[in-house]
Design a protein around this ligand. Structure first.
Ligand SMILES: Cc1cc2nc3c(=O)[nH]c(=O)nc-3n(C[C@H](O)[C@H](O)[C@H](O)COP(=O)(O)OP(=O)(O)OC[C@H]3O[C@@H](n4cnc5c(N)ncnc54)[C@H](O)[C@@H]3O)c2cc1C
Length: 473
């Protein structure tokens, strides 16, 4: 199949999938006023399909050895060049990121080879065929990993209700039946395919929960309940919410009510001892997301701080310069980590994996600094970050002149420019959307705790102790 167009992607979502949102079932996720916005944004990834302009095709697509052109986000990076191109593509893409889905498929391709070598299974041809089919049909995927979990101190097999972690409840000749729920699945209701992966490293008692498979979004038994994100404020508030006025993001709890999965879609069933390694590859590849957003995200905060200080005539104040200097150190550190992550790569089973320590350190650096930088921005704005008149009052002839008179900055800085920046900072640090960003930044690609574990993995702690013992002796 050729590259899909935006229309083909949107039409593919009208497939009788079961989606609930804000207390009711949505029959058509494309026509829905909130969901439709995100579907439309995603559809821009597809555009005119093979008739896109040459620059976009060069950025977003690649050619398979047999000449078929596919979207780059559907193919695992096989070389450092592939990885760099993937990162470059994701940096400019509207709508859903594809790093997690690519990471899941890639992690499974690596592990399939290892599981087959150990057990003589045939996961490798299955996952390779699935990845090929997925790419050639130009599908949109969501990864469904995070289990409901229940009592977090206990493994899946220790839960009062065994369904709290998704599990295999029946094995048939032609496939398996799964039951459970995956939470926080980004854009599940706007995907064609759901990739189910185990959340944690499993023990021997947890073989039934050690399952990875692919399920189409409209498979009987799949029910999606989306979080209520609320209608975005809309175009009218473009000035007041420059970052979020028309954006809509949704995550769904995906419930698998005894869903049959045919054998050719089952990529792990019971091989609990491989789950930890799978997670290692998955999280490393997934966390390249932070390299995609950063250091650019931190640089934007620096730009906003410097500009606000300039507008207010405070650019030369020592304390402000000191904090901006700290922010610059963080941005430079993130650049260095990005460089390390994308250069200290490993080729594992033919897949290019970025440096896990650098990826996870970048994530920890952002989650440990962003909050205080955003607070600093709010401080620089002063009260207007919350209290300034709206852009609508700038347009209203009855109030415009008064707002323009009293919201100027230093000489030469007009009220409109200054308020535009104040609203930008509001949307970064004080709006409803900024609260979402703040919480998402903490856990979206794994909690800081998980990242710390990843950073410490393989570190020679006892070697450090020995160094001191040697110095003492
Ligand atoms: C915006 C957003 C988008 C997301 N998108 C996706 C997606 O597309 N697909 C997907 O599968 N997931 C997704 N996630 C889920 C995300 O990966 C998880 O939120 C994250 O891994 C944490 O898991 P949890 O939410 O179940 O929290 P929990 O596991 O309940 O963790 C809560 C806290 O408790 C701590 N904790 C948990 N267990 C233990 C323990 N045994 N010992 C000590 N501390 C513990 C954790 O470190 C954490 O700080 C998304 C999350 C967000 C916020």
């Amino acid at each position: 199949m050729a590259l899909r167009t935006a229309k083909q992607y949107l039409d593919s979502l009208r497939d009788d999938r079961v989606v609930y949102y804000a207390g009711e079932r949505i029959k058509d996720v494309v026509a829905h006023p909130d969901f439709g916005l995100r579907a439309l944004e995603n559809s821009r990834q597809y555009g005119h399909g093979a008739d896109e302009d040459a620059a976009t095709l060069a950025l977003r697509t690649m050619t398979l050895p047999d000449g078929e052109r596919i979207h780059r986000w559907l193919a695992p990076p096989r070389s450092r060049e592939d990885l760099l191109k993937f990162v470059e593509m994701e940096e400019t893409m509207p709508g859903d990121a594809h790093g997690a889905m690519a990471a899941g498929l890639t992690g499974l391709q690596i592990l399939a080879r290892k599981m087959d070598a150990k057990y003589g299974k045939s996961y490798t041809p299955r996952i390779d065929a699935y990845v090929d089919w997925f790419a050639r049909n130009d599908l949109h995927g969501a990864f469904a990993m995070t289990d409901a979990k229940g009592d977090r101190s206990k493994p899946p097999s220790g839960q009062a209700d065994p369904d709290l972690w998704l599990r295999v409840i029946e094995r048939r000749k032609d496939g398996i039946v799964i039951r459970g729920a995956k939470t926080s699945v980004t854009s599940a209701a706007l995907a064609n395919e759901l990739l189910v992966l185990p959340t944690h490293g499993m023990g021997s008692a947890d073989a039934d929960w050690s399952v990875a498979c692919a399920v189409s979004a409209n498979t009987p038994g799949v029910v999606m309940i989306s979080n209520y994100a609320g209608a975005p404020w809309g175009e009218r508030f473009r000035f007041d919410r420059p970052l979020s006025h028309s954006s809509f993001h949704h995550d769904a709890t995906v419930i698998f009510n005894d869903v049959f999965v045919p054998n050719d879609r089952v990529f792990m069933d019971g091989e609990f001892e491989f789950t930890r390694e799978l997670l290692g590859y998955f999280t490393t590849l997934h966390r390249t997301g932070v390299l995609i957003r950063e250091p650019r995200g931190t640089k934007k905060l620096i730009g906003a701080a410097q500009l606000m200080a300039r507008y207010n005539g405070l650019e030369g104040v020592g304390a402000i310069r000191g904090t901006i200097a700290e922010m610059i150190q963080t941005a430079q550190l993130l650049e260095a980590l990005r460089y390390t992550a994308l250069n200290r790569v490993q080729i594992v089973e033919g897949i290019c994996v970025p440096d896990p320590v650098a990826c996870n350190l970048a994530g920890l650096t952002v989650s440990g600094t962003r909050e205080s930088y955003v607070t600093f921005l709010c401080e620089l704005c002063g009260g207007p970050v919350l209290t300034a008149p709206s852009g609508l009052d700038l347009q209203n002839p009855e109030t415009a002149d008064m707002v323009k008179k009293y919201y100027v900055g230093k000489a030469g800085v007009g009220a409109e420019d200054r308020l535009r920046l104040v609203k930008y900072i509001y949307d970064l640090g004080a709006s409803d959307a900024s609260g979402w960003e703040r919480a998402a930044g903490v856990t979206a690609a794994g909690s800081p705790g998980a990242r710390r574990v990843a950073v410490g993995r393989g570190f020679d702690l006892e070697g450090c102790v020995k160094m001191v013992i040697n110095e003492l002796s």
